[in-house]
Design a binder for this molecule. Sequence first.
Ligand code: IPM
Ligand code: MN
Length: 354
Amino acid sequence: MPKTYRIAVIPGDGTGPEVVTEALKALKAAADREGFNLELEQYDLGGERYLKTGEVLPPGLPRELQDFNAILLGAIGHPEVKPGILEKGLLLELRFQLDQYINLRPVVLYPGVETVLKDKGPQDIDFVIVRENTEGLYTGGGGFLRKNTPHEVAIQESVNTRMGVERCIRFAFDFCLHRQKTRTLTLCGKTNVLTYAFDLWERVFNEVAHEYPDIKTDYAHVDAISMWMIKNPEWFDVIVTDNMFGDIITDIGAIIQGGLGVAAGGNINPEGVSMFEPIGGSAPKYTGQNLINPIACIAAVQMMLDHLGEAAAAQRVEKAIMRVVAHDIRNMAAGKMGRTTREVGDLVASYISN
Ligand code: IPM
Ligand code: MN
């Protein structure tokens, strides 16, 4: 009996639906080649639904999503909705409620893709950032005191639990071991100023390191690593960090690998359901124009296939991506590809099929 995967699809806002359409072509082509079945279910969450009904996330939905093998997300963010409502109410709420405690963001420069870094090429840019995805500054803890007065106080709390930090660091060590590159894990923190949060992170990191004698460990402050990722990206294999720092340094990662047109990530719950997404956002400016680069969303499908244990299918998708970016797309930026969104999706799907 061939396997069947149930995939929840959330196209979302802006260019999300366009890139998801192309990514699903790649997914279906890979499934056909490798002989497994797909059961796709679409969910119309996002800004349009919110503006029409006032609802961001139906209360029963996270529970319902747990019955899928994986989730594919396009983009969240609508120009007519105040920033924060959809991002927090939908994207972060799903990450939290589904306990997707890892945000895995590979930084890989494929041959033929231009990088902003002078004198760096594909041999230099190939590492993975493991971002904690359920704690830190993202939990929403804090509040106002004396709001709208000259003595206003705004407090934003960073929550770091022993359990949350430890499960993230353990995942990073395991991931680093299986990746088999240089077997170097770098902790990115700010131990010189955030002397509570990163004291805990550093203690747990050093403790868990004893269980992984084959992994070399390293530490960098977040400000310094922002510099080194640009000057010497070849130093890195796997980097582990907290939610906020991870958010920031993965944008640096995205730009050095060719930009938001190619950068993908996975919100991983190793014991539950995971959600894969292009990390670029909804790009309202390009919505509906058939100009956005779908490669990032196709790369999200590749990560999803890997996660499902369909390594051969994932490899087919990666090979097709590499072929398209090397030969068929002029520039990775939206509107500059020399191809339309649909043409790129069709090319990738045809390379997977043949
Ligand atoms: C990301 C995004 C989100 C984040 C926003 C949209 C809430 O920037 O996935 O990196 O901060 O995590
Ligand atoms: Mn971000």
